[in-house]
Design a protein around this ligand. Structure first.
Ligand SMILES: [Mg+2]
Length: 110
């Protein structure tokens, strides 16, 4: 799976999702924030178990699910903005490597 394939299936599923035409940029941005919050909540519950704090817990699978939801939501927002997520990630990764004088970069072909 790569960002291109994620975009393909995200776009296909959007077209079959009832009411998707109402999901504007504000909705998509809130969706990203909501999923980021769910990831943080899963992390909190995971750490709770690690530290022996009483309360509900989460597994690594729960965390992986929320990480996936975050990526899916970010791609949906990027799609509505016409942003190529693969290109954006490579460009930003390389800019950070340049900033800190690190050699690791994405190549022209990703
Ligand atoms: Mg979620």
């Amino acid at each position: 799976m790569d960002f291109g394939r994620l975009r393909e299936v995200n776009d296909a599923r959007r077209r079959e999702w009832p009411g998707d035409e109402q999901a504007d940029l504000g909705f998509r941005a809130l969706e990203v924030a909501g999923e980021a919050g769910e990831l943080c909540e899963a992390m909190k519950k995971y750490l709770r178990q690690q530290k022996g704090i009483a309360g509900s817990t989460a597994t690594l699978d729960d965390i992986a699910d929320e990480m996936a939801d975050c990526l899916i939501a970010v791609d949906l927002l990027a799609s509505q903005l016409g942003i190529d997520l693969g290109q954006a990630v490579a460009r930003k990764f390389n800019r950070t490597s340049e900033k800190y004088g690190l050699k690791t970069r994405f190549g022209e072909d990703g």
